[in-house]
Design a binder for this molecule. Structure first.
Ligand SMILES: [Zn+2]
Length: 298
C-alpha cells in the first residue's frame, strides 16, 4: 500500500508524549521563543552568538573571496527515499524527516566533506506568494528566490544531529540548500516529489500539527546533480541558537520548478500565535572575509 496515506493525524503534544524520545519535545519547546516579524522576538533580537558570532548564515553569495575549483563529485546514496515520512509544523517551518530520531540511511559525500554525512531532516524557508522576489535565505549575485529548502545532515563522526550541533565542530553539520520557484511550465520529477510534501500541508496548517505519511517519496530529484554549480562555505544554523557548526553547500545554478498551487499552500501555514507563517527567512549576515568555494558537480 505504498501510495495510501495514513489517516493518522495527531495533535503533536499527545503524539510526542506517547511515541517520541524525550529530546524531541524539549527541542520544540526551546525553539518556541523566536520569530521573524514581531519586534520582541525577530532576528534583530535573537540572543547570544546570533548577534556576536563571526561565521553566521545566511550570506550573500558568492561574496568577495570566492575560490573556484574544478568539477568535483557530490554523491547522495539510495537512502534519500522512504516509504514513510514524518511532517511537522513547529511554528517556524514545515519539516520532514524519515525517522522521529532525525536519522536515516541517506548519506552524502564529496567535495569538501571529510567524512560521509547522514541525512537528518529537511525544511523550508519561504516568503509570500504575493511577493515572488523574496523568500530564500541566501542570495546569489543579489538575487533571492521564492523558497529555499535545507537538507540537514550530520557528520558520521557523531551519533546524532543534536550531538553534532552541541559539539561546536565547525563541520559537525552539513546543510545542502536548494532554491525552488513556482513555474507554470517545465514541471518534472522534482515537482512531483515536492507535491508529495505539499499536498499534506493542509493538515499541518495549525501550529504543532504532526503527520505520519505512508507514501513513497524520493528526494533524489531535488538534490544537486551533475552540472549544477555549488558554493560551499563555513557558517551557522539560521535559527537560534545560531550555532556555528554548519558546512553549507548551496546549489546556485538550478532553481527547481514547483507547481504554483503547491507553493501557495505554504501561505496558509500558521505559527504559534495562529498568525500566517511566512517570510520565515533570516536576513543576510556579514561574510566577514570568509572564503567561499565554488565548484561544479560532476
Ligand atoms: Zn533552514
Amino acid at each position: 500500500m505504498v501510495n495510501s496515506i495514513s489517516s493518522n493525524i495527531f495533535v503533536q503534544g499527545l503524539f510526542v508524549i506517547l511515541s517520541h524520545p524525550k529530546g524531541y519535545w524539549s527541542q520544540l519547546v526551546s525553539e518556541h521563543s523566536f520569530c521573524y516579524e514581531e519586534s520582541i522576538c525577530n532576528p534583530d533580537v535573537w540572543p547570544g552568538i546570533c548577534q556576536t558570532g563571526v561565521r553566521q548564515s545566511p550570506i550573500a553569495l558568492p561574496g568577495d573571496r570566492v575560490e573556484t575549483y574544478q568539477s568535483n563529485y557530490l554523491r547522495f546514496n539510495e537512502g534519500y527515499s522512504s516509504s514513510v515520512f514524518y511532517l511537522q509544523n513547529d511554528g517556524h517551518t514545515i519539516s520532514l524527516t524519515f525517522s522521529p530520531n532525525y536519522t536515516s540511511a541517506g548519506r552524502m559525500a564529496g567535495f569538501g566533506l571529510r567524512v560521509p554525512y547522514i541525512f537528518a531532516k529537511l525544511h523550508f524557508h519561504w516568503g509570500d506568494f504575493k511577493e515572488p522576489d523574496i523568500g530564500s535565505e541566501h542570495s546569489i549575485y543579489g538575487q533571492f528566490y521564492p523558497m529555499e529548502m535545507h537538507l540537514v545532515h550530520y557528520s558520521t563522526f557523531y551519533d546524532s544531529l543534536s550531538q553534532a550541533i552541541e559539539s561546536g565542530d565547525p563541520e559537525g553539520v552539513a546543510v545542502v540548500a536548494v532554491f525552488l520557484e513556482p513555474a507554470e511550465e517545465g514541471l518534472g520529477r522534482e515537482a512531483e516529489e515536492f507535491n508529495k510534501i505539499a499536498r499534506q500541508i493542509k493538515s499541518l496548517y495549525p501550529f504543532k500539527m504532526y503527520r505520519e505519511v505512508y507514501d513513497l517519496i524520493d528526494l533524489e530529484p531535488l538534490l544537486p546533480k551533475p552540472g549544477d554549480g555549488c558554493y560551499q562555505y563555513h557558517g551557522s544554523l539560521t535559527t537560534p541558537d545560531c550555532s556555528e557548526v554548519v558546512l553549507w553547500t548551496v546549489s546556485s545554478t538550478r532553481v527547481i520548478p514547483i507547481d504554483p498551487a503547491d507553493f501557495k499552500r505554504f501561505s496558509k501555514v500558521k505559527d504559534s500565535d495562529d498568525l500566517p507563517l511566512r517570510n520565515n527567512f533570516r536576513p543576510l549576515k556579514k561574510s566577514l572575509d570568509r572564503v567561499v568555494k565554488h565548484f561544479r558537480v560532476m
